[in-house]
Write a protein that binds this ligand. Structure first.
Ligand code: ZN
Ligand code: ZN
Length: 347
């Protein structure tokens, strides 16, 4: 089969590799779509802690496919079904796994992160993943490329579980990449009456407005705080989501939030400079609630799939480009330039 294999920083090679062998209790999935994530770009640049120097591995953790082969001890999996594969496999018995937060397991494995992933014609799904419910059915009205976005959407859903967007809320989303757009769409679905988006890239700002944001602000040309004041009658945003890895965005979020507002730091900061400065009195006197979330649990993926399968949230417009797996290197280059939202590899 062909696969896109990581050999080291900025060294991704499309090559022939053996089809993975499976055990009696495993399945082999034929990849139908695998989307490129910001995490994959970090991996390619040699910036991922699970890809230390010397790692040779197939990335790809946003995977959709059908069953090519099934071990004779596997139960409950249908041969003619399209599946999304939740990437995280917890140890299953630690406190985080038992509470359903397998994305926080300290001994986790994940497809495309610690195990060979989806940028290949076939993917081996280990027994633990099958038993933990990682194979999630995709309904026939959803195409494979859109279903690959269940993973990033699950990460977004995880933070909304804490943020509790109420009908009538004003939501500010900072950053209009694919993640920012998913936040905008979910906020609207939850009943937000006004969604403001801030983004430095004009093309992305325009896209965000087309995809449901009510107001767009480019902080290079306009004062974000004045716009938020104007749109909220000087109250501030009920919910502020920082979906951009920027210090200034994280710092200003506390000012832009309303009294009793909820703030989520969705993205991490570069590891060389992870600290910010903020006025702690804002937190105290405004009774702010600040949350962080990272990745998604398998439970988050199941609920994200339910929303996508229901057709209640349109997601296919986030897929900007499709590339055959053989052109994975080119696809990564396209994902790198900020014009495309999601770039999807297909066999
Ligand atoms: Zn991802
Ligand atoms: Zn665990």
């Amino acid at each position: 089969m062909i696969a896109a294999v990581y050999y080291g920083p900025n060294d991704l090679r499309v090559e022939q590799v053996p089809v993975p062998e499976i055990a009696d209790d495993e399945v082999l999935v034929k990849m139908k779509a695998a989307s490129i994530c910001g995490t994959d770009l970090r991996i390619l640049h040699g910036d991922h802690r699970k890809y230390p120097l010397g790692t040779v591995r197939i990335p790809g953790h946003e995977i959709v496919g059908t069953i090519a082969k099934m071990g004779n001890k596997v139960r409950g999996i249908k041969e003619d079904q399209l599946y999304f594969i939740a990437p995280n496999i917890g140890c299953g018995h630690c406190r985080q796994c038992v509470s359903g937060n397998n994305n926080l397991c300290s001994n986790f494995e994940a497809l495309g992160i610690t195990l060979d992933g989806g940028f290949a014609e076939y993917v081996r799904v280990p027994s633990a993943a099958i038993l933990q419910g990682n194979l999630i059915p995709v309904s026939t009205n959803v195409n494979a490329a859109s279903a690959a976005l269940i993973e990033p959407f699950a990460c977004v859903l995880r933070s909304h579980d804490l943020l509790n967007v109420h009908p009538g809320d004003t939501v500010l989303v900072m950053g209009a990449g694919p993640i920012g757009i998913l936040h905008i769409k979910l906020a609207k679905l939850s009943g937000a009456s006004c969604v403001i988006v801030s983004e430095l890239n004009e093309g992305r700002l325009e896209q965000a407005l087309q995809m449901g944001a009510d107001f767009g602000v480019n902080p290079l040309n306009e004062d974000l705080a004045s716009v938020v004041d104007e749109k909220t009658g000087m109250n501030g945003a009920d919910v502020v989501i920082v979906a951009a890895p920027a210090h200034i965005a994280q710092e200003s979020a506390l000012q832009l939030a309303a009294v009793r507002g909820r703030v989520c730091y969705f993205g991490g900061l570069p590891k060389e400079k992870p600290t910010i400065g903020f006025n702690s009195n804002l937190l105290h006197y405004k009774e702010l609630q600040i949350y962080g979330t990272t990745g998604s649990s398998t439970e988050n993926c199941w609920r994200a799939a339910q929303i996508i399968n229901s057709g209640r949230m349109e997601i296919s417009s986030l897929v900007s480009l499709h590339f055959p797996l053989a052109h994975a290197v080119k696809a990564f280059q396209k994902a790198e330039d900020r014009d495309a939202l999601k770039v999807v590899l297909e066999p």
